[in-house]
Design a protein around this ligand. Sequence first.
Ligand code: ADP
Ligand code: AMP
Length: 213
Amino acid sequence: MKIIMLGAPGAGKGTQAKMIAEKYSVPHISTGDIFRANIKNGTQLGMEAKKYMDQGLLVPDELTVKILLDRVAKEDCAGGYVLDGFPRTIPQAQVLDNALKELDDQIDFAINVDVPDENIVRRMGGRRACLSCGATYHIEHIPSKKEGVCDACGKELVLRDDDKPETVKNRLDVYHQQTQPLIDFYEKKGILRTVDGTVDMKDVFAAITAILD
Ligand code: ADP
Ligand code: AMP
C-alpha cells in the first residue's frame, strides 16, 4: 500500500502517518524528518536545506526529489510506504509518478487532511517536537507525560524554529501557492480522499482507516 499524506503544515499529516505506518506495517517517510536529521548531523544537505527551512520556504526540488527516490528504493519500501510532506510541488509529484510508472506501479491513495488556516496557526504554536526521534506532541491536545520530555526516547522537546508565528505565515502562503494544486492533481487521478482534520486525532484516524480498509 502506497499512500501520500496531503495537507497544510500542521494539519496532522505526521501524527496520522505514524499511526498508519504502525497499523499497516509500512515505513513512515517524512522528508522534513530527513532534512532535520541532516541538519542535526551537520551534513552538506542539512546545511543547504536549513537555509530554506528557516525562512518557511521549500527546499528546491532537485535536492528533495533525489533523497526521496533513494529512500523509497530501499528494501523496506517494497511492500509500500506512507509519504508525509512529499510531494509538495507538482514537479515533485510528476517525478514520483514517473518513477513508479517505470516499475509498473502507482500510488493507491492521496489522503488530504483538511484543516482551515485559523486552526493551523494555533496548532503550530503548541506543537512540540523531539529532534532526536521525530515524535510530535501538542501542549494542549496531545501533551507528553512529562512536560518538555519525549515519551518515546526521553530527550528534550522543542518548539521548531520554523513553527514560530512569523515563519508559519510564510509556510501557509507557500502551501497555498505550491502545494495545494496537488489536491486537484490527485483528484484528477481519482485517488484523492479528503478527511476532516479538525476533529480529535483518533476520529481523524478512524476516517482514514475506513478509506484504507
Ligand atoms: P504536520 O505533519 O501536518 O505538519 P503534525 O502531525 O505535526 O502536522 O501536527 C501539528 C500539531 O497539531 C502537533 O502539535 C500535533 O500534536 C497536533 N495535532 C495533530 N492532530 C491533531 C488533532 N486531530 N487535533 C488537535 N491537534 C492535533
Ligand atoms: P515538515 O516537517 O514536513 O513540516 O517540513 C519542514 C520543512 O522541510 C518544510 O517547511 C520545507 O522547508 C522542507 N521540506 C520538507 N519536505 C519538503 C518537500 N517535499 N519539498 C520541499 N521542501 C520540503
